[in-house]
Design a protein around this ligand. Structure first.
Ligand code: BG6
Length: 489
């Protein structure tokens, strides 16, 4: 339920995430009248800013990141009146009275739901949570939001989860994976479970394999410092790609509830076949972009983006996974993600088996396997690839055709940004679309042997020119199995 009052505190209030994603999302929800009337938005940072100066920064960020036709001066003023800034160094105990003073400075502060959004590096999660408890601003109704990555391996994820869990109950902890807030990702569940025709086919009997691609044309930009410590496996696969895999592979829960969906996703993560060092060698590929052309424009190499040649991170990963359960036994799930690729796309392709019997052996054309192509972004939609008879008086000539669903034409409203949905879920206290502790740790458990084997290997990530579909080894990963990555038609 929507609380009557909310204090939404963002640690890292002047950071990129806050200004580019969180404040625009809060503005847009305010515009539609969805924020509790009595909402304050408190940006916390080490900058010497008073409220007025911070409001100027927020105003500039909204002008940049919200479409001009959605910027309404009255709503903007209302939102800016909600905004405050608190200067605070999270590690300096003497600074915290400022936040304490502001949070307690409310007519009816007992009623306000307090959200603490940790848009800062994970090393600050523990000190911030401790201090919040010490200054007495947490209660059973408070919520804490953590950005991914939660940790950089299983042990650090556990220790962060322990630290945050000392102050907050699991039901108060919201671990964001913004992919779960995307409309097209939620639609995956609806497509699978609110229709009858797919379910009987959604298993190893009829599905040949599944491909999940999250490609970006951008490079690391100015996030090199973070990114080089992380790399694509930690930044994308451990969370976004495995979450997509879970939604494709999970069993139907009895209903969509705050724990039921997460229970089913967890079972998928636990069923992933553990990789031995030999599996890692054979079934994973890591790459790093070199200079190249993206959309005809010259793009620098990873080393140039980073500013030095000692970079460690992979900017591309492709791998082959298997879900060892009744439904999916023997069906490969091929995952790939990369920066500076030839296009920006997130898509899931379920490739079905060929028909069991070739009925048209002498016809021209031949059959192609059916495929369900789910376009997560951009241009959300779905395409079902079929084989049809080409019209004509002669013999039978087969042709690939597709049934297309485009969100933009099927619905005449634009999809909200993932953060709009997720921030409202936090304010309302609905954790369904957030990662539970056991999920995050199960995902790390599966990823960790890859991290270990890569760290121990003398091999370096394979180079690929910017603006391409990644290293050749990624294509070979499928060719070896007699398959190919599905590229756009
Ligand atoms: C973030 C990663 O989680 O997701 C970024 O840290 C990546 O490296 C981003 O660029 C991609 O998100 P989206 O929504 O643009 O696909």
């Amino acid at each position: 339920a929507l609380p009557a009052a909310c204090d939404f505190t963002v640690f890292g209030g002047t950071g990129d995430l806050a200004l580019r994603k969180l404040l625009p999302a809060l503005y847009l929800r305010d515009r539609d009248g969805h924020l509790p009337d009595d909402t304050r938005i408190i940006g916390v940072s080490r900058s010497e800013l008073d409220d007025a100066e911070y409001r100027d920064d927020v105003r500039a960020a909204l002008a940049e990141h919200v479409d001009a036709d959605r910027l309404d001066p009255d709503v903007l003023d209302r939102l800016l009146r909600r905004v405050h800034h608190v200067r605070l160094d999270a590690t300096a105990p003497e600074d915290w009275h400022r936040l304490h003073g502001l949070l307690k400075d409310r007519d009816a502060y007992d009623d306000a739901v307090r959200v603490f959004y940790l848009a800062v590096g994970p090393s600050l999660f523990d000190p911030i949570c401790r201090r919040l408890e010490e200054i007495g601003v947490t209660d059973a109704g408070s919520r804490v939001v953590m950005e991914k990555p939660v940790g950089h391996d299983l042990a650090s994820a556990r220790s962060i989860n322990d630290a945050v869990g000392r102050v907050f109950e699991e039901s108060q902890i919201f671990r964001i994976d913004h992919y779960l807030g995307k409309e097209s990702v939620q639609n995956l569940l609806v497509t699978r479970f609110a229709n009858t025709f797919l379910e009987p086919l959604w298993n190893s009997r009829w599905v040949d394999h599944v491909q999940i691609t999250v490609a970006e044309s951008l490079g690391v930009g100015d996030r090199g410092g973070y990114y080089d410590q992380s790399g694509a496996l930690r930044d994308m696969v451990q969370n976004h790609l495995l979450q997509l895999l879970c939604l494709v592979a999970m069993e139907p829960p009895t209903y969509v509830g705050r724990e039921t969906v997460r229970d089913e996703k967890l079972k998928v993560l636990q069923a992933l076949r553990p990789l031995t060092p030999a599996d890692v060698e054979r079934d994973t590929v890591r790459g790093r972009y070199g200079a190249g052309l993206v959309d005809g424009v010259p793009a620098a190499s990873y080393a140039d983006d980073l500013g030095h040649a000692d970079g460690r991170a992979e900017t591309f990963v492709a791998l082959r996974a298997e879900v060892q359960n009744w439904r999916w036994a023997g069906v490969p799930f091929y995952l790939r993600t990369g920066k500076r690729m030839d296009r920006r796309t997130s898509e899931i392709v379920v490739v079905f088996k060929e028909p069991p019997h070739a009925m048209f052996p002498h016809s021209e054309g031949g059959t192609t396997a059916n495929r369900l192509h789910i376009q997560v972004q951009p241009d959300e939609g779905m395409r079902l690839h079929l084989t049809a008879k080409e019209p004509g008086p002669g013999g039978i000539r087969l042709r690939p055709v597709s049934l297309d669903l485009s969100y933009a034409t099927a619905f005449d409203q634009a999809s909200p940004d993932a953060y709009e949905r997720l921030l409202m879920d936090v304010i309302r206290g609905n954790p369904t679309l957030f990662m539970r502790r056991d999920e995050v740790e199960a995902a790390w458990s599966w990823v960790e042997p890859i991290l270990t084997a890569w760290a121990a290997s003398p091999a370096r990530p394979k180079s690929y020119p910017a603006g391409t579909s990644g290293p050749i080894a990624a294509a070979m990963l499928l060719e070896r199995d007699g398959r190919t990555w599905q590229e756009p038609d």
